[in-house]
Design a protein around this ligand. Structure first.
Ligand code: SF4
Ligand code: SF4
Length: 236
């Protein structure tokens, strides 16, 4: 059972909330050559399901096949699952909000599954820890985003077992990496709140934001105000 273009159309309609009230592209771009990290194929190559790509191509000319220009890019293409395609858009100045891929809408998060294959919250793509500002400021993620993220992925998993299995496998990879590092895996709960996966036992427990590491150039910046806090002058 796999998702169809119509399934993706429905998913797109129910997953529109921004990750945060902050324009986070303005936070990460200055540290990444002037482009938001997740909108530049030099940093992040969106991977889409073939049915999703079919839908996108029927709606817009924003997207094209990704053509790798280095060894890292060739590795991404070589390791693609047979149901997926690596793509790139025309660039952030041409972004069409309604025609963003699922991976654009969800970035930097993926659905985290426990060893028991329970979807318990939002994990992040750890390869981007040093570049994505959101990963160092998880408190800014808005509850409507979390709710829409979970509803959209639950709906996708209901029609596409490969997608569910892909996320189960990705969660297991994250556990292996963080166990080697002896670090907690930070999670956002499906109903909001912070959780952590213990590196040795993989037990999921409630956590405090202060337990989570901050990374790269964001380590030494003051943390941004949390979602729901008065924005003061910070929500730029
Ligand atoms: S999600 Fe992360 S990488 Fe993408 S624009 Fe926001 S801060 Fe940058
Ligand atoms: S479609 Fe928009 S959000 Fe997605 S990668 Fe392109 S510029 Fe970024």
């Amino acid at each position: 059972m796999t998702a169809t273009p119509d399934d993706y159309k429905r998913l797109y309609a129910r997953f529109t909330a921004p990750v945060s009230r902050f324009d986070c592209g303005r936070k990460c771009a200055p540290h990444n050559g002037g482009s938001p990290v997740c909108c530049s194929a030099d940093h992040a190559v969106p991977i889409v399901d073939k049915a999703e790509y079919q839908l996108l191509k029927s709606r817009t000319d924003l997207w094209r096949d990704y053509v790798p220009n280095d060894a890292a890019g060739r590795k991404i293409v070589a390791e693609l699952h047979e149901t997926c395609v690596a793509v790139e858009c025309k660039g952030v100045q041409f972004c069409e909000r309604d025609n963003r891929s699922m991976s654009c809408r969800a970035f930097p998060f993926f659905p985290y599954f426990t060893r028991e294959k329970q979807f318990v919250g939002l994990g992040y793509y750890w390869d981007f820890e040093d570049r994505c500002w959101i990963i160092s400021n998880l408190q800014v993620v808005d509850v409507p985003f979390i709710r829409e993220f979970c509803e959209a992925y639950e709906a996708l998993f209901a029609v596409d077992e490969d997608e569910r299995q892909g996320m189960i496998d990705h969660s297991a990879s994250m556990r292996r990496v963080f166990t080697r590092r002896n670090q907690l895996i930070p999670l956002l709960g499906k109903e909001g709140g912070f959780f952590a996966v213990e590196p040795k036992t993989h037990v999921v427990r409630p956590a405090r934001l202060e337990e989570f590491m901050r990374h790269g150039p964001y380590k030494d910046e003051p943390p941004a105000p949390a979602a729901g806090e008065p924005p003061a002058a910070a929500a730029d």
